[in-house]
Design a protein around this ligand. Structure first.
Ligand SMILES: NC(=O)c1ccc[n+]([C@@H]2O[C@H](COP(=O)([O-])OP(=O)(O)OC[C@H]3O[C@@H](n4cnc5c(N)ncnc54)[C@H](OP(=O)(O)O)[C@@H]3O)[C@@H](O)[C@H]2O)c1
Length: 339
């Protein structure tokens, strides 16, 4: 361990991913939170009372020079997409490394970003060197990265759920169905009608059918694994629970496969990857809540391959994997602060 802790800033301090990140970093032996930015001029514990007595910081407006003056070495961006790509260039210019939790740097092609996010990408220069931070698939590229595009919550359940099959050419690369359910915290803390208690409680609904913005992210990552184009039908659902994502994935095998063969494939593919747990029984979201684990189970039913994955959208889906990336960027054990 180094003597000096890494000085960290959190951008967008009042949100859900920010509070999770702060709580993880407070128990991380190599990180020191020196700044939290917000548009609200409040003590961080006024925004998140669970931090009372744990983090004595007043939020500050975003100012890259002020963060540099505090010797910030890495900033975690917990901002909405669009806002992130405005905040990040001045940080990189000042040699502050960034882990961006938004979607702004996940899609390599700015045209695809514009097509799905309905706004132009404003920072093509940094997009060109951003590293998609899914440690289980591209772990060796993270250490040298200045800008990590932290992967999306839903995408991780689809990508990690399918990567072993795609890597071995064991499934057809079109017509893959990813049926996902997410808790309401997936929509963030800012109030939105669909997430209002009487709207979503005691109800389950599909949304963004055929148009959800995580679709191209899943396809990009899986196409990288396959070395050829992969397309998926991704349908997200809102479930009346606080947190957690469960995805059930259906794929057509390219040859006859058995469950035990696929289970062994997953075990060997994820050997040495501490945060992917390969299970023989289908996982529940509750098994992963509050942890950085993504649980996966593979089954064969009537000749189709079914993969069921579960994670905590706010930890594995966002802040936990962000710290996993931070650990790899600075050469720490990737489990530090996360077990
Ligand atoms: N929620 C999830 O499960 C999840 C999972 C993976 C990735 N993500 C991504 O992570 C990012 C943060 O998500 P979240 O769930 O933490 O969202 P959130 O709870 O809504 O928090 C985002 C924070 O960003 C700040 N903000 C909002 N609009 C802004 C603007 N126009 N200019 C500057 N700051 C603004 C606000 O902080 P202040 O009011 O303090 O300024 C807000 O609290 C998003 O890009 C999201 O897509 C979320």
């Amino acid at each position: 361990m180094t003597k000096e802790k890494i000085k960290v800033a959190i951008l967008g301090g009042s949100g859900y991913t920010a509070i999770e990140l702060i709580k993880i970093l407070l128990r991380h032996p190599q990180a020191e939170i020196v700044a939290v930015t917000s548009r609200q001029d409040d003590h961080i514990a006024d925004l998140h009372p669970s931090l009372l007595g744990r983090l004595d910081l007043r939020c500050e407006p975003f100012d890259a020079d002020a963060l540099k003056a505090k010797c910030v070495q890495v900033a975690f961006g917990c901002l909405p997409h669009g806002t992130s790509m405005e905040a990040i260039p001045p940080l990189l210019d000042r040699e502050i490394r960034v882990v961006d939790l938004s979607a702004d740097y996940r899609l390599r092609d700015a045209k695809i970003y514009q097509e799905w996010y309905k706004e132009p990408h404003l920072d093509a220069a940094n997009l060109a060197h951003a590293v998609y931070g899914l440690p289980e698939l591209i772990g060796d590229k993270i250490a040298g990265a200045k800008l990590i595009a932290n992967p999306g919550c839903y995408p991780q359940t689809g990508i990690l759920g399918l990567a072993p099959l795609v890597a071995r050419g064991l499934i057809e690369l079109t017509g893959i169905i990813i049926d996902s359910k997410s808790g309401v915290s997936g929509g963030g803390r800012s109030p939105k009608l669909a997430f209002h208690f009487p709207e979503c409680n005691e109800s389950v609904s599909a949304y963004s059918v055929g148009t959800h913005r995580h679709t191209p992210e899943i396809e990009q990552a899986l196409s990288d694994v396959a070395g050829k184009p992969v397309s998926v039908i991704f349908t997200p659902h809102l479930i009346p629970m606080d947190r957690g994502i469960l995805s059930t994935i259906y794929a057509t095998p390219t040859r006859a496969v058995t469950e035990s063969e696929l289970h062994e494939l997953y075990r060997s593919f994820y050997a040495g990857k501490p945060f992917v747990r390969v299970r023989t029984n289908p996982p529940a979201t509750k098994d992963t809540v509050g942890t950085n684990f993504l649980d996966v189970c593979v089954k064969v039913v009537q000749g189709k391959v079914l993969v069921i994955t579960a994670e905590d959208n706010l930890i594995r889906g966002a802040s936990g994997v962000a710290v996993q990336n931070f650990n790899r960027m600075f050469g720490f054990d990737e489990r530090m602060g996360l077990m």
